[in-house]
Write a protein that binds this ligand. Structure first.
Ligand code: ME8
Length: 520
């Protein structure tokens, strides 16, 4: 493979790797769905996409949960990792590789990074004393913590911290302050959204302390080369998954050309690790830094933080069973501006399903295609000359891909769907205004044109909706007679019009209304 040619057209995207100390929750599902929509979008746009996801299996949090459950961390990780993978499969998440940090290949990769950082003179041994949050797996400076009225000291994310004092290896993070600031300045889109970029820049400008990167009080982790008393700090290990996933340390590996990643999709709580520590580790190890980090917001159930004690932790499998996978995917992607926090509740989900999907898109497709079935024996009619109204709706439809590309290039997922649903709304106005059902007797030629234009607009909508709703969009394309398995569902096919004379299959409804279950 000519590496340079492939590299230009490649697109490498990742999710954070989740801690499998529990089963996946809706925040994990949200990140997987959003990253999948971005990956599918680029694939349909002709990119050679590599999509990595997985689980982050080491660290104290895993050890503590395993102890509470009376099992080994390895067994806990294996049990829950498979649940994460099942969730991805259930939600139609099209990952190319699911990585587990307990894989031997990953240990080798992390040890290679360590050795290179050491050779660069960036690692030294000393004693650590300071605050550590097991829940965040993060070290915090004293002034980042506060002592609560309950006499519990907490870090900036509100999780309890404990005092740690032990022998530890350190990474010379302080030596990277200027290099990191230069990176943020030279590559203004290194961190998105802007609010996170500002947050990171002021953190780095505030001064960076060297980072403790090993522990000696437990052994569930990647061993430090030549000093097996130490295991590495879980974040050194976790972040390295992004390069292990494409073959590191074997730089002749088939997938290595995907590196540097185009974007790491993560939640806002872990921006510091991805935008400060990770590029510093990479620079030290002499590996190119990722191109971008994008932090999404947090999801809240009815505006409340999910917690086991409140009892509002929603299982993504249940949500998929209740509403449908495509419906659930569409809801989160459309409802929550990507990058901001979002709230969800039953009424809001039902409203989107019934209004946007069943009424607006479903009925439009159903009404126009059943008219073609009844009056033209299912043969897509040939249009006459286009009127101004026809031209206007076609032009708006043709404009979708440009808006969508711009939006998705910067992870503005909701802008892409807004652009598509603006056309859905306009197509409904067009269809109601042209009233093709009344034209059968008065002006059949005009009816044929209106039905053709509507089918063409629905085709474009269905093609562009695929990254959000892969299955429903495929059904919609099926009933429009667009073949699967060739390139006619790719974005490149948007440029040509739907072919009249095609025999369409019977128009089965694609978007059922959500009906409240009754107790009767
Ligand atoms: O942080 N809403 O794992 P994790 C939206 N292992 N996103 C949420 C969320 C919520 N309520 N709760 C969590 C870790 N997330 C590390 C990552 S990457 C090298 C290592 C997001 O299981 C969170 O922000 O705690 C993160 O991006 C992902 O879920 C995994 O969280």
């Amino acid at each position: 493979k000519p590496a340079a040619a492939t590299a230009r057209n490649s697109y490498y995207i990742t999710t954070a790797i989740a801690y499998p100390n529990g089963t996946p929750h809706i925040g994990h599902a949200y990140e997987a769905i959003a990253t999948d929509a971005l990956a599918r979008f680029q694939r349909l746009d002709g990119k050679d996409v590599f999509f990595l996801t997985g689980t982050d299996e080491h660290g104290l949090k895993m050890i503590q949960t395993a102890q509470n459950e009376g099992m080994s961390p390895a067994d806990l990780a294996t049990r829950n990792a498979s649940r994460f993978k099942e969730m991805d499969e259930r939600l139609n998440v099209s990952f190319d590789r699911f990585i587990r940090t307990s894989e031997p290949a990953h240990h080798r990769s992390v040890q290679t990074v360590w050795n290179r950082m050491q050779q660069a003179g960036d690692i030294y041994i000393d004693a650590y004393s300071g605050w550590y949050s097991v829940r965040d797996e993060a070290y915090y400076a004293e002034d980042e913590t506060t002592l609560g009225e309950d006499n519990v000291r907490r870090g900036p994310q509100g999780t309890p911290v404990e005092w740690v004092e032990e022998k530890s290896y350190f990474f010379k993070l302080s030596a990277y302050q200027d290099k990191l600031l230069a990176l943020y300045n030279d590559q203004p889109d290194f961190i998105g959204p802007d609010s996170r970029r500002n947050e990171v820049m002021s953190f780095v400008k505030g001064g960076l302390k060297d980072l403790s990167i090993s522990r000696t009080t437990f052994d569930w982790g990647v061993k430090v080369p030549n000093d097996p008393e130490h295991v590495m700090y879980v974040w050194v290990d976790a972040l390295t998954n992004y390069i292990t996933g494409v073959g590191f340390p074997d730089e002749s590996a088939e997938n290595w050309h995907y590196w540097p990643a185009d974007v790491h999709i993560i939640g806002k709580d872990i921006i510091r690790f991805h935008a400060v520590y990770w590029p510093a580790f990479l620079m030290s190890a002499g590996i190119p830094v990722q191109k971008r980090v994008y932090a999404h917001g947090f999801l809240f159930n009815r505006g409340e933080k999910m917690s086991k004690s409140v009892g509002n932790v929603v299982d993504p499998f249940n949500l998929a069973d209740q509403y449908g996978v495509d419906q659930m995917r569409y809801f989160f992607l459309r409802e929550v501006p990507f990058g901001q926090d979002g709230s969800y509740n039953h009424e809001a989900i039902v409203a989107r399903i019934n209004a946007d999907l069943a009424n607006d898109l479903g009925n439009l497709a159903q009404r126009s295609l059943s008219m073609i079935a009844k009056q033209y024996g299912g043969v897509l009619p040939e249009p006459g000359a286009f009127s101004d109204n026809d031209q206007a709706i076609l032009t708006q439809a043709d404009g979708m891909i440009g808006l969508a590309r711009t939006a998705m290039g910067t992870q503005q997922i909701h802008h892409w769907l807004n652009a598509v649903w603006a056309v859905v709304a306009e197509a409904n106005r067009y269809f109601a205004g042209e009233a093709p059902w009344a034209l059968a007797k008065t002006d059949p030629a005009r009816q044929r044109t209106v039905l053709y234009v509507t089918a063409e607009v629905v085709r474009q909508i269905a093609i562009l909706a695929q990254p959000a709703m892969p299955e429903a969009s495929a059904k919609l394309l099926d009933i429009l007679g667009i073949p699967d398995g060739n390139t006619s569902r790719d974005f490149a096919a948007l440029g040509a019009r739907i072919t009249s004379g095609t025999v369409l299959p019977a128009p089965a409804p694609v978007f059922p209304r959500y009906i409240e279950p009754t107790d009767a």
